[in-house]
Design a protein around this ligand. Sequence first.
Ligand SMILES: NC(=O)c1ccc[n+]([C@@H]2O[C@H](COP(=O)([O-])OP(=O)(O)OC[C@H]3O[C@@H](n4cnc5c(N)ncnc54)[C@H](O)[C@@H]3O)[C@@H](O)[C@H]2O)c1
Length: 457
Amino acid sequence: MSARPTWLTADVLRRPDPAVGGAHAHAAQRAAAEFEGLPVIGEDWRPRAVGIVGAGTMGGGIAMAFANVGVPVVLVDRSSADVHRGMERIRANYNHSVTRGRLEQTVADERLALISASDQFAALAPAEVVIEAVFEDLDLKRRVFVDIDRVAASDALLCTNTSGLDIDRIAEVTGRPEVVIGTHFFSPANVMRLLEVVSGARTSPETLAKVLRIGDLIGKIPVPAGNAPSFIGNAMLADYSRETNFLVEEGSSPSEVDGVLEEFGFAMGLFKVGDMAGLDVGLDARRQAILTRPKDRRHSDLRFVPIEMGRLGQKTGAGWYRYEPGSRMPLPDPELDAALIDHSARIGIERRQIGAEEIVARCLYALVNRGAWLLQDGVASKPGDIDAVYVTGYGFPADVGGPMFWADEVGLAAIAADIGRLHQDFGGWWEPAPLLLDLARTGRRFADLDPRNEGSR
Ligand SMILES: NC(=O)c1ccc[n+]([C@@H]2O[C@H](COP(=O)([O-])OP(=O)(O)OC[C@H]3O[C@@H](n4cnc5c(N)ncnc54)[C@H](O)[C@@H]3O)[C@@H](O)[C@H]2O)c1
């Protein structure tokens, strides 16, 4: 039996009444687009056409999201070969839906006919919204925005689908930073409902209001976010994912960690997600990041273990799990487990049994504490926005409401005390957000920070 860790006092396996949690998740999603002080955009405003730069995975999905609601799209990429590949992928996606009986052929044809493509930036001229979805590289995005600025219509909104780069550094290369904004879609962009809408320092309220309206038009849950590294969702994911890696270094297996989080209600554990996405995604950036790591805290190189074994995820038949030929069913793999045990020994960690409570506590606390920092820093404007992000974009169980709602239910006093002890014992990453400490000390909840709740309790 694995002992309950001495620092843990909260009852982390406690869950809200599913109906109450579900109702909160639903209300939070609806309320996310309610942002104070925005101008009113006419009821029937919709963009006359959308231009997308980069016909890759995201550009193609975003194009479908607009075509699906009848908005004409032009896709631009570097070469006719890139454009062709992008259009073929969109065609294949629509065909797949038709074959599966989810879409009428005539409807698919109509939607496809709304999407045109070009290898010339001049083709963006008619668009009232331009969305950049090229590779995640700041210099490249800045060059692309210079070109967009040159050709885009005078009334166009200029959006970037960056996953976490600085919007201001992109906006500053244009002569119109007030219309530059982040529209962070999630993959697959024609399916996933979350849309983080990231205002830069000079983004105008009208630009934000229009993009929130666009999100609504294409059936997304648009959530306003501030321009801080990785915005809301991915900033929290970094902490959560780091903790899952630490747990495996200390004695859990990837399938144990995934299993506990799936039992908690997550749609999928992060190791399975990694295998689906490909473990080499963003590898160069990760290697780069090693050079600038803060020295005062623990880091994990766990993810390089499978990569160095040539295990890149489902596409190579093995990653954190192994896969039988033709199957996507993740199976635990003793070969990898042995390599992980070696890894722990190499970094001087004595492995131990880790129980479900500790796994849930460390992963959820990492989310909650980062969420509190984001609220305090104004990156998220209300706690429900964080819940909406996690439920709609990261597979957090809707019937638990969201990480901040969960924290309110478990009790902020106990959580703050536990995080305080983790900080004492492990330092670095666990520095508690002053906002969390303050709420705990004054007996309040995250929900009390939402102005719409004033007077309701
Ligand atoms: N893939 C995801 O899960 C995901 C999720 C959210 C956000 N994003 C972000 O979306 C953006 C695109 O990611 P992706 O996965 O679609 O990449 P991708 O590699 O599938 O597609 C990028 C496309 O950009 C094109 N391109 C590159 N340079 C160009 C240029 N100078 N002019 C025109 N086109 C150019 C490429 O030819 C390619 O078709 C990145 O910023 C990424 O961080 C990706």
